[in-house]
Design a protein around this ligand. Structure first.
Ligand SMILES: CC(C)(COP(=O)(O)OP(=O)(O)OC[C@H]1O[C@@H](n2cnc3c(N)ncnc32)[C@H](O)[C@@H]1OP(=O)(O)O)[C@@H](O)C(=O)NCCC(=O)NCCS
Length: 209
């Protein structure tokens, strides 16, 4: 008998023009172009290995990134999604460090191409991923850790109703130093009454329009 290692993976999720799907080997060129064009936009918020940005984000480097993502997803440790807008790869969302048994929890990370920022793509992607994680993914709790200075990212989780629950001093080594982070979290009970996070997000957008 074959058991799925990661419940809910692989999967494609979509809402309107926004979709999430597993990466493909053929994403190398686009991934590299987007990452290279966004060095100043992404570097202050990401932990990355030492080395020149262009080299770490080359099409050749994507092969290693992709291999690690696939391996980790196969082991049930992550769900690494390419975020697409109208079918084009424009960002990334990962449910990582998945721990099951009595914890059933994961950390979420994301980024988007600055050229399509401010359109609600990542909140939509996050809402899709959260509903999937709490449903077919079998998880109970999701956590997002954000540098206090990262106002756009804090807006994303605050708009969606993540709970601010912790302050982590010197939490992660990013952009050359140990950076404080604010911990936000959500458990499945907190969105069940709203019919899921995507439904909550749609209602919020309709009210704001
Ligand atoms: C954080 C991030 C993923 C948000 O994605 P997004 O799809 O643009 O999200 P939204 O459209 O909801 O915009 C979020 C906030 O960004 C700000 N914003 C809007 N347009 C913007 C633009 N062109 N440039 C910068 N910030 C902008 C606004 O404050 C917005 O909040 P509001 O809609 O309540 O006004 C994106 O800014 C990003 O990739 N940043 C760099 C990497 C990063 O910070 N990753 C997260 C690490 S924790």
């Amino acid at each position: 008998m074959i058991f799925a290692v990661t419940p809910g993976w692989p999967v494609v999720l979509a809402d309107g023009h926004v979709s999430l799907r597993p990466y493909r080997r053929s994403d190398a060129g686009t991934w590299s172009e987007v990452r290279r064009a966004n060095q100043d936009w992404l570097a202050p918020w990401e932990s990355s290995p030492p080395g020149p940005w262009d080299q770490l984000n080359s099409p050749a480097a994507f092969r290693y990134v992709h291999r690690d993502q696939r391996r980790s997803a196969r082991r049930g440790e992550s769900m690494p999604f390419a975020v697409c807008l109208r079918g084009h790869l424009v960002g990334h969302l990962n449910l990582g460090n998945i721990v099951r048994r009595a914890f059933c929890s994961a950390y979420v990370g994301y980024w988007i191409d600055s050229r399509v920022a401010g359109q609600g793509v990542i909140p939509t992607a996050l809402a899709l991923a959260v509903d999937h994680a709490f449903g077919p993914g079998g998880l109970h709790r999701l956590e997002v850790n954000i540098r206090p200075e990262n106002k756009p990212s804090r807006r994303v989780v605050e708009k969606l109703g993540f709970r601010e629950e912790a302050y982590h001093p010197r939490y992660m080594h990013i952009d050359g130093a140990w950076r404080d982070h604010i911990g936000y979290a959500l458990t499945s009970e907190e969105v069940a009454a709203d019919g899921g996070l995507l439904a909550r997000w749609h209602r919020l957008r309709a009210t704001a329009a």
